[in-house]
Design a protein around this ligand. Structure first.
Ligand code: IMP
Length: 424
């Protein structure tokens, strides 16, 4: 039985939720390994639409154990609200397991995220303001508060008080904000703790036992490779490791337990928030991609920036994740364009770059070198088999494979689960 890591090969919003959901149908355990409620995946099943931000998409299947791993940062109020929403829709999240080592997003993290962004002005990152960065900052400063701390009220209170001593100084003296009250936060969070208690466990052990028992485990990444804190377009990135390596540390498994790494990419590319974006289109074509592709954030509703598929970035994603196969989503959106362009290299500061540039100065000055391919000028949303795709669409897939250096094994042509098919 395979253990599969599902990663975003672009700047997030590649349709990971949908593909992870597809894999989850056959899975026993689905694990989120990084990020928090900055992510958002919409899952469409028949008439039902689900927007989940924290709970892995596998929760909708009763046979799946959904896991939130130690690498995640968890806003307990959001988690509980998501569980309530699921219950109202007739889905029991009772199976959900939360790592005792996952860090908690505290109210001061959200506050700091928002005021820091304001402080940065036009240099802001464009974060989701969910407190993600400050929560990871505390984790790495060893000032973080973990899920397990909720079960030792004295330790919890001490940690909140100690953390707030510093945070309140920053909030009041640097950012001119009101101080926050430790007592109120402690009371609120211990209430959440009581409700979450049945779900908190050693999830690394749970995953290890599942793999040992030959079960099918899916690791579901959030965000994407180019938003990775180490491998993305720093500083315009998120504060965790969405790359495949992050699944190992963020779930507590070893590399030898992984069988395949599935990279998800859209047939074009998008990003939300600030930062360099070589193939971005600020013209009518970009606007058409936004409108046809419905490119507005699941979490924040923000309009996504769109552009032609960047195969330099995709090849880079294949490399840093060790992607063994690719899923290409939203191929149907490209039906609108008579000619399609693939970014195959960059030109920057008088030089050609075939590989993703290491230096930010180079990346900021990149203009893409394109290869043009004919479009297919026909609706493909009803296609369910590779053979039924127009020849030009199959040629597009083949060229992307060649340039990316990994086979495309899954193609999706519409939002419904049935609009995704396998390609051998
Ligand atoms: P943060 O993760 O909220 O700190 O935001 C950092 C950057 O990552 C911003 O540019 C966000 O727009 C981006 N980001 C965070 N989560 C997602 C996501 O799920 N999809 C796309 N972009 C994201």
């Amino acid at each position: 039985m395979p253990a599969t890591i599902v990663v975003g090969a672009q700047w997030g919003d590649e349709g990971k939720g949908k593909i992870a959901n597809l894999l989850a149908q056959e899975a026993d355990v689905v694990v989120r390994f990084q990020g928090g409620n900055n992510a958002g995946h919409t899952i469409v099943i028949g008439e039902q639409r689900f927007a989940l931000s924290l709970i892995p998409s596998g929760v909708i299947y009763p046979n799946v154990v959904p896991v939130i791993g130690n690498g995640c940062v968890v806003d307990p109020a959001v988690l509980l609200a998501e569980m309530d929403t699921l219950r109202k829709r007739g889905i029991d999240p009772g199976n959900l397991r939360l790592s005792a080592n996952a860090h908690l997003i505290m109210p001061y993290h959200r506050k700091l995220d928002a005021v820091r962004e304001r402080f940065l002005g036009h240099q802001r990152i464009g974060t989701t303001k969910r407190g993600i960065g400050p929560a990871y900052q505390d984790k790495f400063s060893r000032l973080g508060i973990r899920a397990q701390d909720l079960y030792d009220p004295k330790i919890f209170r001490d940690k909140v008080e100690m953390g707030l001593k510093e945070k309140n100084r920053i909030l009041t003296k640097v950012f001119n904000q009101l101080a926050m009250d430790a007592g109120q936060i402690v009371e609120e969070y211990l209430g959440y703790g009581a409700r979450l208690l049945p779900h908190v466990t050693d999830t690394s052990l749970l995953v290890w036992e599942a793999i040992r028992a030959g079960k099918n485990v899916v690791f579901e990444g959030a965000q994407g490779t180019l938003l990775d804190i180490d491998h993305g377009t720093y500083p315009f990135v998120t504060s965790s490791n969405p790359v495949a390596g992050g699944a190992l540390t963020g779930a507590g498994v070893g590399p030898r337990d992984i069988d395949r790494v599935l990279g998800i990419a859209k047939a074009y590319i998008s990003r939300v928030g600030s930062g360099p974006f070589p193939t971005e289109l600020s013209d009518e074509v970009g606007e058409q991609m936004v409108q046809i592709g419905g490119e507005f954030g699941t979490v924040t509703g923000r309009r996504r920036r769109c552009g032609w598929l960047d195969t330099v970035a995709l090849r880079y994603a294949v490399r840093v994740n060790g992607i063994t196969e690719l899923a290409l989503t939203k191929l149907d959106v490209l039906s609108a364009f008579p000619t399609l362009r693939l970014g195959v290299a960059y030109s920057s500061l008088g030089e050609r770059y075939d590989e993703f540039p290491r230096q930010q100065r180079v990346l900021y000055n990149c203009t893409p070198i394109y290869e043009d391919l004919p479009g297919w000028n026909t609706d493909i949303t009803e296609v369910r088999r590779l053979e039924d795709l127009p020849k030009a669409a199959r040629a597009y897939l083949e060229r992307v494979e060649q340039l990316a250096g990994a086979p495309i094994t899954i193609v999706s042509v519409g939002p419904e689960r049935s609009a995704t098919f396998l390609r051998q």
